[in-house]
Design a protein around this ligand. Sequence first.
Ligand SMILES: [Zn+2]
Length: 457
Amino acid sequence: MSPALTADRAEARDIFRELIEINTTDTPKGSVTAGTVAMQKRFLNAGFPPEDVHLLGPDPNKQNLVVRMRAAAPTTKKPVLFLCHMDVVEALPSDWHTNPFEFVEKDGFFYGRGTQDMKESDAAMVATFLRLHREGYKPKRDLILALTADEESGKFNGAQWLVKEHRDLVDAAYVINLDAGGIELDNGRTVVADVEATEKVYADYQVTATNPGGHSSRPRSDNAIYELTTALNKLAAYSFPFELNEVTRTYFRNLVGQETGQTAQDINAILANPPDMAAAARLSAEPSFNSNFRTTCVATRLIAGHANNALAQTAQANVNCRIFPGHSPEEIRGELISVFGDSKLSVKYVSDAGGVFDVAPERKAIVPPAPLKEVFDPLTRITQQIWPGVPVTPVMENGASDSIYFAQAGIPCYGYSAIALERDDDRAHGQDERLPVDSYWKSLDFFYSFTKALGGE
Ligand SMILES: [Zn+2]
C-alpha cells in the first residue's frame, strides 16, 4: 500500500480488499451474507444505530443490508436510495493470472472478481457513508444504502424482494444505482459520462411448431420446421415501431454535436416533429441506434427434430426481446403472434427462472420522465470538476439491471458508477477483472461530494 494514502482512502481500500476476498458468487462456495455481515459490522462499529442497520432476506445465504443515515430533523422530503449489488459472477482461478478472490494491486490496477462489477462501488458507498458519519455530517433528508443479493443470477433477487416485501425500508424519491453508467475513456481521454436514466425490459418467448411427424421418405405439405422458419423469417423482416422518449430524445440531442454529415442531419431529422421516418430508417442500419429506437426481438436458439430420417414433430425457437419502456411483455407476445400470422404456432413466455407460461406479465416499465434536475445538476457539476469538460448525457440501457424493480414501482432510477474505464477494457464477468487504482479514488471523490449534494449541505 502506498504510504501516501490518507486515512479515508486507506479505509476505502481496506473495505474494497475485504469485499473482493469474500466470495459472493451464487455457488456452494459463495455467500452474499458473508459480505453483508462484514459491512454490517463496520457500520455498527462506527456507531450507526442498530435500528438503522438492517440485515434481511428470504434466504440465509442471500441476506441484504439496508443502512439508513437519518436526516438531522424531520422532513417531508423522501429519502435518496443508493443501490449496489453484492453478488459477483463465478470466476475460474485457472482462467486468471491472479487469484480472483485475492485483492491484488499491480501496475496501477486493482485485480480481483468484482473490481469492475461492482465491489468497487459497494466499497465506495460503504466508505462514503462511514466517512460522512465520522465527520458528523447530518443530511437534510434520509440517505439509504442497499447492498443486495442475486443481481447476476440466483432466485433471491434482493432489489425485487426489498421493493415487494419491505417497501418502507427502501422507499425513496429516486434511486442512484451504481451498477450502470460511468465515464468512457479512450487512451486516457475522457469521452463521455453516461447516466442510465431508463432501460429496456428483458423477455424471452418460446415459439413452437408441432406436427404428427412421420417417415421422411413421405414428406407432407405441413412441416414443423418450415412453419417455424417461415415465422422466424417474417420476424427477421419486421421492425417494431420507431419511438423516442424523454431520455433518448435528450441523448440524441446531446449526440448530434459530436456527429457530422448525414448522421448529424438524420439525427436532427428524427428529433423534428413529426420525426422523419426515412432518416430513422437510415440510422437504424447501425445496431446501437436501432436498439435505441424500438423494441427488438431476435431468434437466439433453435431445437427441432428427433432423427435424420423422420419428419420433425417439434420445432422450437427462443426469441429474445428487449422491450421499449411503456410496453408490457404480454403486449409484445401479442405483437409476435400477429407478425408470425400462423395460428398453429404457440408463443409462450419464458420467465427468468426458466418457467414457461401461456401469458406474459402485463407489467410495463414506466415511460421515463425528463431526467430530474435535482440529480443531473450536481451530477454534472461534480463529474466535470473531476473530469474537466466531459459531456454528461442520460442514456437508455438496452440491457437490464435491478433498476427495473424500482422503476416498475414508480421510483425513478439513475444508473451512475462514476467509474472511468477504457472503452476496450471492460472485463466485467470476464477474466483478470481489474480497475485502475486512480478510477477508484476518483469514484470515491465523486460519491463523497455527490452524496452530500443530494443529502443537502
Ligand atoms: Zn453488476
